[in-house]
Ligand binder design. Sequence first.
Ligand code: AMP
Ligand code: MG
Length: 363
Amino acid sequence: MLTAISRRALGHCLRTWSRLYRILFLVAMGACSRESTEPVTRSFASMGTQASVTVAAEYRDRLPELTEAVHEVLRRLEDQLSTYRSDSEISRLAAAAGRFPISVSADTRRILELARRYGELSRGAFDVTVAPLVQLWGFGRRARHSVPDPEVIEDRLRLVNFRSIELQGGSAFLPAGMSLDLGGIGKGFAVDKAVEVLRRSGVRAAMVDLGGNIRVLGQAEPGTSWTIGIRNPFESERVLGVIKLPDGMAVATSGNYERFVEIGGRRYSHIIDPRTGYPVEGMAGVTVVSPDATGSDALSTALFVLGVESGFEVLKDVPGTEALFIRDRDPVELWLTPGMATLFTAVPEYEPAIRVLSAEARK
Ligand code: AMP
Ligand code: MG
């Protein structure tokens, strides 16, 4: 009897302890992760790609609310800027081209101003009016089976000129036949808007990533910069090295491994040279670090068109902007502006591939 009682008591005691132990264990785990200095991330789909918001450990508890605020901004921008939505301001502008102006939101007006500015800076290599050619080559909704007819390319080229975008007060106008494609600048613009939201919410250390368009605030952990891996454009699962991003800076990559069309067994890059009407050849990838994400997005596309020499030349008019160029050549060569050389660290295997562009040539 005694034994039975003590056995029961012992069993009860053990069950109580094991429950208590489990609770203590969970509390301890919670305390550990709470004390962890590692940043935390939330991802979601937006603007046809993967988006993520990462915040430093001190903002961990606010991550759900901050992510929702960013998601909301991206949703609003997509409604205004998407060419996949017939009721977006950008689609309505094209539908009214040559007939009447469309009243546009402050954000749409701003992105069009910036698009014109990067058009000028890049001497026309970046041109958001390239849409009729993007469609022609089949990077839009319709794939094609043969290379377009040179005469048709010529015709479409006549519709490409960012200087023809008219902005007056709160409205915008496009000449007949013209249309816009913000695929080379829209995500960067959206990242800047997202970072603005985080800043206004009092966040001082965070990272926003929208399909590889990244901007950071502060540091990942006290004393540790945010670092971004750069993939090998020829073998996207391999990393060439990492870029350390200082507070407030942005990075973007334009590369032919991301999107292309195959016509007659040949791969064509999704970036069009607005001067010729043909997809760019000779470049494999360009990564740009810039003081804002709109700049890194637009300029990585522009430098992909311009190539190493002309691209380096254009950068002398854009302070604080650095680039890493990879030509479409084997073995891989990494061409870095001098400023990029201070931010980029190659993995040992690719160290011999580094070439630093001469600062003299930049003057
Ligand atoms: P990204 O991936 O940022 O380099 O942008 C590439 C996208 O920009 C393409 O998929 C097109 O939608 C658009 N695009 C293509 N060529 C140009 C160009 N020369 N200037 C501006 N946008 C372009
Ligand atoms: Mg771009």
